[in-house]
Design a binder for this molecule. Sequence first.
Ligand code: RB5
Length: 147
Amino acid sequence: MRVAIGNDHAATELKMEIMEYVKSLGHEVINFGTDGHESCNYPEFGEKVGRAVVDGQADCGILICGTGVGISLAANKVKGVRCGVCSDTTTAHLIKEHNNANVIAFGARIVGSELAKDIVKTYLEAEFMGGRHQTRVDMIHEIEEKG
Ligand code: RB5
């Protein structure tokens, strides 16, 4: 898969680790985040990853900021993005199986690197279940269309 990744200054180290990990799983990584430690603005990176996924440049996205919250809020403003914060592996598979999330987010100040890797692997291996869950995802899109 082509995985878009984005982060702010709070998550540069973890992003580097996750990039290597995703590659080790056999995926391609497209890095949209900062590689520096200077203070920057997470919405920029949430938007870039969201657009890459919606435009088809990437199959899915991973976003990391301090908590995962700000960057996920920004990504969700891009039409077609379904992003949620995952701080555990149960959410990491259900967010794909039930919500068909095309982007996940987590916080470098919240989860340790081993848990972050487990979250990423779990999400990347999960599959959308469709059926009644498709109906609900369609309802989310209807809300989006209403603006
Ligand atoms: C940056 O200090 C921090 O606010 C950001 O990384 C993130 O946690 C926002 O939700």
